[in-house]
Design a protein around this ligand. Structure first.
Ligand SMILES: C[S@@+](CC[C@H](N)C(=O)[O-])C[C@H]1O[C@@H](n2cnc3c(N)ncnc32)[C@H](O)[C@@H]1O
Length: 482
């Protein structure tokens, strides 16, 4: 039997929110600058493709809360929101599950306090040594199955020699960490792989057969070239930064400089490594003024595969990577459901009533249930290219209910949540993530101020809600207020 796709519930929800869906052209200009040379120096050292523009953070804070307060990002990635907010005097907290983002954020904390002259001295020494001479078996690259063969033998040997030198020879832990971070930033450049959509793409020169397609990623740098370029870039960016600080040498600006340095000291980000599903429930209620965040999108993107080289560099074993994949907010077809685990967690915290309330909100979100029923029928008809897509979509929203409930709880009255996210489509069926999440937020006492769209405009109208494979999907920033 052919199932007819119905979009009644989604259309109704669209009608409820349509006046809030507004195209914000300021945001386009701010976000367009994300890629490329308008990034802050630090964020251009390591390409975290999911990181957002720090100018967006500044824009959001200045628009809604010009007076600094307490900010949290529960999916903090490499910490863009934390550092941009810190620079404006905010006290910031980040939660990040993957060691990749944690390592990058910690490196940036260290770099803010680094003795630049000492770093330059160590880098100068580095340019004169042969890395292979320092090769220590202890630091050999702990490959995962999906990274094996990613480097040429010579590049891998030099990389390990460099890591060994940083660990065994360099005494100053902060300098050593920054030098290791430089190597972390060039792993893709010196490898046969390229981060591409949902997985690592392999260059045919690797000799590793991955499908039939002949892929050539272009120039693959030697370790020596790549690390020298990266270190040069770091020093040049740090020099510019210290020149900017020197501008404060004028007496009349001294006060400002003192203020600036005291702000930097006071607002070093507070970072939690782990899942926000576990950490948010431990935070005090009514304690946060502002949330800026971008959760994973429900688009099958697998961070643990894309960043496999970096995870291996950081010493993650195969088991650890599998563990992290399951701990992540469900956004891949492999994620299993966390319902029992969340029930146990909330019960152990003596918050079973909260669990029931969140669980009920998920089950009663009509537009979402409409989508899930349709996707389930598509699954039975064999119309989905992976049958776990339904499970993924259900789990994504289930877990987001917990995140949003907790954000609403920890927010002070008058506090603001800003969230960047994209709508998605499976088997031609639109999932209006923006209005579903906004409706869930409203069930938990938040009010939707705007759903700002990016790109060309408002996206689809209510008439186009259901199965309309080619209409534009909205990319949005939601603004909710307590
Ligand atoms: C879209 S990215 C956010 C990037 C961030 N805005 C930045 O500028 O770097 C989503 C992040 O959420 C992290 N993440 C996924 N599941 C998580 C969880 N359960 N708890 C905390 N972080 C999680 C991912 O590792 C990823 O870094």
């Amino acid at each position: 039997m052919q199932i007819i796709s119905s979009s009644t519930q989604r259309t109704e929800l669209y009608e409820k929110f349509k006046l809030k869906i507004i195209h914000n052209s300021c945001l386009d200009r701010t976000l367009v600058s994300y890629q490329g040379n308008k990034q802050t120096p630090f964020s251009s050292w390591f390409k975290y493709r999911e990181g957002f523009s720090e100018r967006l953070v500044t824009y959001l804070l200045q628009t809604f809360k010009p007076e600094p307060g307490v900010l949290i990002d529960p999916f903090s990635g490499v910490g863009s929101s934390l550092f941009a907010a810190s620079a404006l005097g905010w006290q910031t907290t980040g939660i990040e599950l993957l060691p990749v983002g944690i390592f990058a954020t910690q490196a940036r904390i260290v770099i803010q306090k680094i003795d630049v002259e000492l770093l330059k001295l160590e880098i100068k020494k580095l340019t004169q040594i042969n890395f292979q001479d320092y090769y220590d078996q202890l630091f050999k690259f702990n490959h995962l199955a999906i990274t094996r063969g990613a480097f040429s033998a010579i590049n891998e040997e030099q990389l390990i020699g460099y890591i060994s030198y940083c660990n065994n020879v360099i005494q100053n832990k902060d300098i050593s960490r920054i030098l290791l971070y430089a190597a972390f930033c060039i792993l893709e450049d010196i490898s046969y792989t390229r981060k591409d959509g949902q997985y690592l793409r392999w260059d045919s020169r690797s000799g590793r057969s991955k499908g039939n397609s002949e892929f050539n990623k272009g120039e693959i740098l030697s370790f020596e070239d790549a690390i020298n370029r990266k270190l040069k870039q770091i020093i040049s960016d740090l020099n510019i930064n210290s020149i900017q600080l020197d501008l404060f040498s004028d007496d009349s600006l001294l006060e400002l400089a003192t203020k600036k340095s005291s702000i930097v000291k006071n607002t070093e980000p507070n970072l939690y490594e782990g899942s926000c599903l576990e950490i948010l429930p431990t935070l005090q209620e009514n304690s946060i003024d502002f949330v800026i965040t971008s959760p994973p999108y429900v688009n099958r993107y697998d961070y643990t595969r894309t960043y496999a080289l970096e995870l291996a560099f950081l010493g993650c074993s195969e088991e650890k990577v599998k563990y992290l994949r399951q701990k992540m907010l469900s956004c891949t077809v492999e994620n299993r459901d966390k319902r029992n685990y969340l029930e146990d967690y909330y019960t152990a915290k003596e918050r079973y009533q909260d669990f029931l309330k969140i669980d009920f909100t998920f089950k009663s979100q009509a537009a979402l249930q409409e989508v899930l029923i349709i996707l389930e029928s598509y699954k039975k008809e064999g119309k989905l290219n992976n049958e776990n897509i339904v499970r993924m979509v259900g789990n994504y929203f289930y877990e987001m209910c917990f995140v949003i409930y907790e954000l609403s709880r920890v927010l002070k009255p008058g506090g603001i949540v800003t969230m960047v996210n994209d709508n998605v489509r499976y088997a031609g069926e639109e999932i209006p993530v923006d209005i579903i999440l906004s409706d869930i937020a409203e069930s938990f006492g938040l009010k939707t101020r705007y759903i700002w769209t990016l790109g060309r405009g408002k996206g689809n109208s209510s008439q186009q809600m259901g199965n309309h494979g080619r209409t534009e999907l909205r990319k949005c920033v939601y603004i909710w207020e307590k």
